[in-house]
Design a protein around this ligand. Structure first.
Ligand code: CAO
Length: 563
């Protein structure tokens, strides 16, 4: 028998994915690849499979925890006897309610008798029972020798922090990063001011924490003198410039900072996120007034004030849309309020943002797919032999890839400042998938370079992964254009919302046989309704007309897909 710790695998760079469901409990026998829990990030919900089989001894996480790659999930007793499997599981501890910090070398600490009792009421300094250790956390290796701005304190003096908890947010020209604490403890004193420019090795904060036994009684001279001199919760770290090198946890010993992904939906630091959570504010609805539209505490507070004064508007970019008045539905009959999933709420926020920011126009047309359908059906047996299924989707993907090549504005995005149009030299197409957890849009890469059979396989695979919540965030990024097909469901037409920052989306409805006049008689033809929504800031009606007409021609005569 061996004990093995199961940790969060590579989840495609997702930071802080939330545990929304636990699928196993202590005592369960689990199998290899069995799903352990469901994580939900800004982009996807995904089931995390076990990489071992055995009996669950401990569950180290709970619903609501935010986990990153490497965070411990379970301790499992496995049948294997190999030494390699016998690694000691981490002991669950308080801080494991939070995501585990990246592994850090134990920093060299300066033991300091800060004499808590002394501060509490003047008991003799050096009371070893009350002695705790103070450590100074410094700026770790941040990948640059230049100064970076300390833009936010994530915690306040007096706060308890766990190992790995964010202490501050630093921001360079290229990224913002949280600096995690190397220890659990109480924040005693800041050694820098918010807004200060700092660099690797600069002292940040003094933490007081229960140290190891051997160090407990060793006094640190500066700490001692400060405590004695003031009788208050001051420490020698008050004057960081005068501290000796040994007072510091050196940069090399501190863990690497976590760099939030570019896809982070809202640009805001942890303290602001915490405040928003406490106040029940949906951050996606708060306009940021900080640098690069960073959401500040004041923005959240202002949002709440406006909400309380009845002026709340679920808007972006300062547009003053009047709020929909709240209705007490229970006044009219029985009701049940069901919490929406994070994915549903994010989809709603994305839709609203696109709808409000993008001047939408939708162009409609019908493609005559009579021959395409005959060809597709003729291939049904071959598709089965290949273990796949040939729906109209691969043909649509291929036709769109050609239309994107020939109408490159549709394969572009507006730069953030609106000054440039960014043309993409790749053809990645998103495919909206309707799943029980909500709408997901996996991206099929390099559609222009794939055969219809390859696309058929990928459509099936991506749709299945989406429905089984197995998509990784990276598989939903990088799209240039989106297809939303409701053909398998029904309807004559609809106007899809552009998936910003893309500038076009093709809605596909259900094909049906209709009489078409050929100049002499009505012929039964299979018509596929298409609706192309586009961002009118980038695409004009002529562009859209040409794109749509080409699509209709390509689908109407699939030999053209070869040209
Ligand atoms: N007209 C007529 N029949 C169609 C059709 C169309 N436009 N498109 C698909 N069909 C048929 C297929 O051929 C298949 O029939 P058979 O089983 O007889 O072969 C059946 O409908 C079901 O197809 P499908 O939906 O499983 O496969 P697909 O490749 O067409 O689509 C996917 C895959 C993932 C796009 C689709 O399943 C899906 O989830 N669509 C919903 C997208 C959505 O929610 N959009 C809205 C976004 S905004 O809220």
């Amino acid at each position: 028998m061996a004990k093995k710790q199961v940790t969060v695998p590579d989840i495609g760079g997702a930071e802080g994915a939330e545990v929304i469901e636990l699928l196993v409990a202590v005592g369960d026998e689990i199998e290899l690849e069995q799903s352990l829990l469901v994580l939900e990030s800004d982009k996807a919900s995904m089931e995390i499979p076990s990489d071992v089989a055995g009996k669950v001894l401990q569950v180290l996480v709970k619903v609501g925890d935010e986990l990153a790659e490497g965070a411990p999930i379970l301790v499992v007793e496995t049948a294997g006897e190999e030494a390699a499997d016998a690694e000691e599981p981490a002991q669950p501890k308080e801080s494991q309610e939070e995501p585990a910090a990246p592994a850090a070398a134990e920093p060299e600490e300066q033991a300091a008798t800060t004499a808590a009792a002394d501060r509490d009421g003047g008991a003799a300094a050096g009371d070893s029972a009350a002695a705790v250790r103070e450590i100074t956390i410094t700026v770790p290796d941040i990948g640059t020798e230049d100064d970076v701005d300390l833009i936010e304190f994530s915690v306040q003096v007096g706060d308890q922090v766990g190992e790995g908890d964010s202490l501050v947010v630093l921001e360079s020209d290229k990224a913002s990063m949280e600096v995690p604490s190397t220890h659990a403890g109480t924040v005693v004193k800041w050694l820098v001011k918010e807004g200060a420019a700092v660099r690797q090795g600069d002292p940040l904060v003094v933490l007081e924490h229960a140290g190891g036994d051997s160090d407990r009684s060793e006094p640190a001279p500066e700490a001692d003198s400060a405590a004695t001199a003031s009788g208050e919760a001051e420490v020698a770290a008050e004057q960081p410039a005068k501290r000796s090198a040994t007072d510091r946890v050196t940069a090399a010993e501190a863990p690497s900072p976590r760099v939030p992904s570019d896809e982070q939906l809202v640009y805001a630091g942890p303290a602001v996120r915490k405040l928003a959570r406490e106040l029940g504010v949906d951050l996606t609805k708060v306009a940021g007034s900080g640098p690069r539209e960073r959401v500040l505490k004041e923005d959240v507070q202002g949002f709440v004030q406006r909400a309380l004064s009845g002026k709340a508007a679920a808007v972006t970019s300062g547009s003053g849309i009047p709020a929909v008045p709240e209705v007490d539905f229970s006044a009219f009959g029985e009701i049940e309020a069901v919490a929406r999933t994070k994915l549903d709420k994010l989809t709603a926020a994305n839709m609203q943002r696109s709808w409000l920011n993008v001047p939408h126009v939708t162009q409609f047309d019908d493609a005559d797919i009579t021959e395409l359908e005959a060809f597709r059906k003729a291939l049904k047996a071959e598709a089965e032999q290949r273990g796949t299924k040939l729906t109209p989707m691969p043909f649509l993907l291929k036709a769109c890839a050609i239309a994107l090549r020939d109408n490159p504005k549709f394969n572009a995005s507006l730069s953030a400042d609106g000054e440039n149009l960014v043309y993409k030299r790749y053809t990645h197409i998103g495919m909206a998938v309707d799943t029980p957890a909500g709408l997901m849009v996996p991206v099929i890469r390099d559609v222009d370079q794939k055969t219809l059979w390859q696309l058929a396989e990928e459509v099936l695979e991506m749709a299945e992964k989406a429905r089984e919540r197995k998509l990784k965030p990276a598989e939903m990024q990088g799209g240039c254009f989106t297809i939303s097909s409701l053909g398998g469901i029904g309807g004559n037409g609809f106007s899809p919302i552009v998936n910003t920052p893309e500038v076009g989306i093709l809605g596909v409805s259900r094909a049906s046989v209709k009489p078409v006049w050929d100049g002499q008689a009505f012929q039964p033809r299979t018509l596929l309704p298409l609706s192309l929504s586009y961002d009118h800031r980038v695409i004009n009606g002529g562009d859209a007309g040409r794109f749509c007409t080409q699509l209709v021609a390509l689908l109407g005569d699939i030999r053209r897909l070869l040209l």
